[in-house]
Design a protein around this ligand. Structure first.
Ligand SMILES: [Zn+2]
Length: 425
């Protein structure tokens, strides 16, 4: 998601008229394209998967892998190489994802201009050799941005070893099991993994259930969502770090699991991720505008999994977090004067994070509950507080890992205390 600026102005204006009704028709945030809340299939242009070679000696480029995206590759008259990146469909938000492999018959440093006919450059390129560089992490490639065209000029070292260049580190749907095992989220007997449905293109939608509460009393439930929007990798990695905290072999996490049931859907849009989409699923729809009508199979499957679980047993929904990325760290809680039970969890939580990390900027912007996004569905369905948790696109992985882990540590403490109060009522 992007900042909600125009909507905020509207909101402040409406407050001054004391007339911000939650019943007013929501048609989209300031950065949304027209018609975003019509979530019926819009269709997408399938990417042509291929290997292209230009020049002599040849420079080769490929999008024949999961997460890849480019539309065309050719040489300009001034001997720079040009890469065209187009989205899955449009209109669309400016989250121009790209990923490609590049190599050449002779070692060289090549100038490459990335052009976005439907957008402007946003993500600094990350690069890694396909066969690994002695375990080195992704390197950031410097960029010269053309402010008038929105193009980006980068220089890439090429040679016979294939190099992956992408908008963010690749984190595709096939990689998720290994990522969960690596963090010891999957492996312990208290984590169960299920397929609760399939995406439009038939990829499994996975659900994690984490609990050590085998009692017969009413059980509180925490839900975690991420990757509704494919390029939002920092939010996804933050969700994985939160899950790592929830499954840790530590007293707080054990106590939390002995009380709560955690339901997690860490890869809501696997088709969009694997096809290198800018924003949408394979139906050409922004999934985080589909939490009212559930026209898309991904949102419908997750809604059905949650409601049938909640209906089947003695459970009580307590809180839900939907992890995203944008150009800043920002929390979008539900307005504090909207009553939820428990109330103002997010407003209680944020000071605990900012106190531990005073040097990191976290912004907060509260919102009404009238948009068809996931957190509002939790509010309207269960009367609970919920949060859109946005992590800065540029936040280094090691930092976001630690902060998201510690943030979840504080939340476990807070939710346990709130549960003691609620369950004794
Ligand atoms: Zn998002």
């Amino acid at each position: 998601m992007h900042p909600y600026k125009a909507f905020t102005y509207c909101f402040i204006f409406l407050i001054s008229l004391s007339a911000c009704k939650s019943s007013e028709q929501f048609t989209g945030y300031s950065y949304d394209p027209p018609n975003v809340t019509d979530t019926r299939d819009k269709g997408i242009e399938l990417q042509k998967r291929r290997v292209v070679g230009v020049d002599s000696p040849k420079v080769w480029i490929s999008n024949e892998f999961s997460g890849a995206r480019f539309t065309d590759f050719f040489m300009d008259s001034d001997s720079t190489y040009r890469l065209i990146i187009e989205p899955e469909n449009e209109p669309i938000n400016n989250s121009p994802w790209y990923a490609f492999k590049i190599w050449s018959d002779r070692p060289a440093m090549i100038p490459l201009t990335i052009s976005y006919p439907d957008g402007r450059h946003r993500y600094q390129p990350k690069s890694i050799l396909e066969k690994g560089e002695n375990g080195l992490p992704y390197a950031f490639l410097p960029v010269l941005e053309d402010s008038s065209s929105g193009d980006a000029l980068i220089y890439i070292p090429v040679g016979r070893n294939k190099r992956i260049v992408s908008a963010q580190p690749l984190q595709t749907s096939e990689m998720i099991r290994n990522e969960l095992i690596k963090r010891n989220i999957l492996g312990p007997s208290f984590t169960k993994i299920d397929t609760i449905g399939y995406s439009k293109q038939g990829r499994p939608l996975i659900e994690l259930t984490i609990t050590e509460n085998s009692g017969s009393e009413k059980k509180p439930v925490l839900v975690i969502l991420s990757r509704q929007h494919p390029p939002e990798v920092t939010g996804y990695l933050g969700a994985l770090s939160a899950l790592k905290a929830l499954t840790a072999d530590e007293p707080m996490a054990r106590q939390f699991r002995e009380t709560f049931v955690i339901k997690a859907y860490p890869m809501v849009n696997p088709d969009g991720v694997d096809n290198g989409h800018w924003r949408h699923n394979a139906g050409g729809v922004d999934l985080n505008r589909d939490w009212q009508y559930f026209n898309q199979p991904e949102t419908a499957a997750i809604r059905n999994a949650i409601t049938s679980f909640m209906d089947e047993g003695d459970y009580r929904m307590i809180y839900a977090i939907d992890y995203h990325s944008t150009d800043e760290n920002i929390f979008y809680p539900i307005l504090s004067d909207i009553k939820t039970t428990p109330d103002n969890i997010t407003q209680q939580w944020i000071p605990l994070i900012t106190e531990e990390y005073p040097d990191i900027v976290f912004n907060i912007e509260e919102f009404d509950t009238n948009s068809p996004i996931s957190k509002n569905w939790f509010y309207h369905t269960y009367g609970v507080d919920a949060l859109t948790y946005e992590i800065d696109d540029r936040m280094p992985t090691a930092v976001l890992d630690e902060v998201s882990y510690r943030a979840m540590h504080h939340l476990m403490d807070l939710l346990l205390k709130n549960w003691v109060e609620i369950s004794s009522e």
